[in-house]
Design a protein around this ligand. Structure first.
Ligand code: ADP
Ligand code: MG
Length: 239
């Protein structure tokens, strides 16, 4: 049997005396649509920071395609196929949308000068931002910013895309728009971890969901199992 695409085994992350992740284990299969939920402060972003490499786990191991990436720097993980969006988008303010996509293409090592323009055009088409290519981020609406953030992650041509609350603050129609993009990317073969507070979206999207609460994994199951799990309800009621 093939190894899972991503294995997080017993990861611990401390900030000083505070334990943000306490021996968290998850496995994500290639091609899966995986939901990661939990109340605010439960450790979701910290976990993906450890997976993508912007933080290093204090204990435990992270394997990607069976390879130990626990101590690899972020750019090496990007090149192996791990990409993530940031909860607070951080595009380069002085660059246009188009220019903002050239940077991650180069970072991921995919851009050759000869076809960088074509690759950027393809990304813009994929995410539906063609008409905004010439704008600076300040000229974008909130959903367009989220799309730019997704396109920046997709520029790395990842195997695994981790979306960190890409739907926060959007209208219900806009949530459906982002959901459709993520479903389309998954249908193209990209494994997706969706971190999301909008339950309707994460329940519709995910084949399997893991729930974190106060740095601990408290539940795993299908969306149906998760909505009926009393421990999950309790965690959210306490929020
Ligand atoms: P979530 O994404 O689930 O809302 P986070 O992973 O952002 O939660 O945060 C988990 C906990 O770790 C929170 O209590 C948060 O305040 C704390 N935390 C996150 N990052 C840091 C940091 N760099 N330094 C100190 N504490 C942090
Ligand atoms: Mg977060």
């Amino acid at each position: 049997m093939a190894a899972p695409l991503l294995e997080v085994n017993g990861v611990v992350k401390r900030f000083g005396g505070f334990t943000a992740l306490n021996r968290v284990t998850i496995q994500v299969e290639a091609g899966e649509r995986f939901g990661l939920i939990g109340p605010n402060g439960s450790g979701k972003t910290t976990l993906i920071n450890c997976v993508a490499g912007s933080l290093y786990a204090d204990e435990g191991r992270i394997l990607f395609e069976g390879r130990d990436v626990t101590t690899l720097p972020p750019h090496r993980r990007t090149r192996l196929g791990i990409a993530r969006t940031f909860q607070i988008p951080k595009p380069f303010a002085s660059m246009t949308v188009r220019e903002n996509l050239g940077i991650p293409l180069e970072y991921a090592g995919h851009a050759r000068a000869s076809d960088e323009d074509a690759q950027v055009a393809e990304l813009l088409r994929e995410i539906g931002l063609e008409a905004k290519a010439h704008l600076r981020p300040a000229g974008l609406t909130q959903i367009e910013m989220r799309k730019l953030e997704l396109a920046r992650a997709m520029a790395a041509r990842p195997k695994l895309l981790i979306s960190d609350e890409a739907m926060a603050g959007l209208s219900s129609g806009e949530v459906d728009d982002i959901l459709a993009i993520l479903l389309r990317l998954n249908a193209q073969g990209i494994t997706i971890i969706m971190i999301e507070h909008i339950m309707r979206a994460v329940m519709r999207f995910s084949q399997r969901i893991v729930v974190l609460d106060a740095g601990e994994r408290i539940a795993e199951g299908t969306p149906d199992q998760i909505v009926r799990n009393p421990a999950v309800e309790k965690a959210y009621l306490g929020e």
